[in-house]
Ligand binder design. Structure first.
Ligand SMILES: Nc1ncnc2c1ncn2[C@@H]1O[C@H](COP(=O)(O)OP(=O)(O)OP(=O)(O)O)[C@@H](O)[C@H]1O
Ligand SMILES: [Mg+2]
Length: 325
């Protein structure tokens, strides 16, 4: 296996979750497969794709969406999630929860609630987050390694920020609800009425808070999780890598590696008139401060990988960034 990729997996503890982040079309799915191929030699590996374009189905010939499938020739398990199906389920769960905690809400039908939840701002990120929560639960249980192939950068950044945001809200909501319950108790006592001390809303808030605390802690634990930032050697994708580095720093999430994919050899780059742009992009990535992360390059292949075999061929094209700059 290529040195730089080998180094990346060798320094990773177990269990561990990798999240691939990058602009559309830069090679997130391709690299996620490459990384999974490298990881499966060391432990039970799951490649989970949240990519709405569902490209993993084609690359690995998966037969269905939403169900993990063992890929014999690859040595790992893969699953392509279908975001629409999950979105429907998440919306229904919320509708049920609303009904449960606010039984008085009878003027709005279940369908009405589902539709309102589905159209709420930030719902897409919430759907991805619910998948991430599920995956986090199987880390260390069913799988030693989980590689997550994500939707394009912006949605992923917002998804990663959500646990922190939710914790803030949940803490305030919990305090508020606590005051309400305490007030009800006082009123009941004054009126000498019976009081039911068990409050389902408080219970639910505490449960949710515990769950998001766990997820935020996992994401911030460099031994357990980290990001792989992927770009092609062009200004915009490299700019997105810099944005991701900033977001990762703000959220306290480790960056494991930066990958520059589809790097042309010198001759081809000058023939196409992109030698200068490519060189500048590579130099820029090389100079980035990423907390000691690995920096890898994957050369451009004249045969774009479309299958597992195609991606396996790329293994020979992985290099350390210092080999070519
Ligand atoms: N090193 C490479 N050499 C040549 N072609 C490549 C290389 N890496 C990826 N490709 C091709 O580039 C295209 C995009 O790759 P990929 O699907 O992995 O990107 P992505 O970031 O997952 O895209 P999306 O944002 O659409 O999910 C694919 O057609 C793939 O075959
Ligand atoms: Mg993809």
């Amino acid at each position: 296996m290529a040195g730089a990729l080998e180094r990346l997996v060798a320094r990773t503890g177990r269990p561990h979750m990798f999240i691939s982040v990058g602009k559309g079309g830069v090679g997130k799915t391709t690299f996620s497969i490459l990384l999974s191929l490298a990881l499966q030699e060391r432990g039970r590996t799951l490649l989970a794709s949240l990519d709405p374009a569902r490209h993993l189905l084609g690359y690995l010939g998966l037969r269905r969406v939403g169900k993990p499938e063992r890929i014999q020739e690859a040595g790992f398990t893969a699953v392509q999630y279908d975001i629409d199906t999950i979105a429907k389920k998440v919306a229904e769960d919320y509708a049920r929860l609303l009904r449960q905690v606010m039984p008085g809400l009878t003027v709005v039908s279940l369908d009405g609630i589902v539709s309102a939840v589905k159209n709420a701002p930030g719902f897409e990120e919430e759907v991805y987050l619910s998948l991430l929560r599920g995956l986090a639960k199987s880390l260390g249980e069913e799988y030693d390694y989980i590689v997550i192939d994500t939707p394009p950068t912006g949605v992923t950044h917002r998804m990663l920020n959500l646990p922190r945001l939710y914790l803030l809200w949940l803490t305030h909501l919990y305090e508020l609800r606590y005051k309400i319950v305490a007030m009800r108790y006082t009123i009941a006592k004054v009126l000498k009425q019976e009081f039911e001390p068990h409050d389902p809303v408080l219970d639910k808030l505490a449960e949710l808070r515990g769950e998001y605390e766990g997820l935020a802690k996992l994401l911030r634990n460099p031994e357990r999780a980290g990001l792989v930032l992927i770009a092609t050697p062009e200004p915009l994708p490299v700019y997105e890598v810099k944005t991701s580095l900033r977001v990762a720093r703000e959220l306290g999430i480790r960056v494991e590696a930066i990958v520059v994919n589809r790097v042309l050899d010198a001759e081809m780059a000058s023939k196409l008139g992109v030698a200068k742009t490519q060189q500048e992009a590579l130099e820029e990535v090389k100079a980035l401060e990423c907390g000691g992360c690995e920096k890898l390059v994957i050369m451009h292949s004249s045969e774009p990988p479309k299958s597992l075999e195609g991606v396996k061929r790329l293994l020979g094209l992985v290099k350390d960034i210092s080999e070519i700059t």
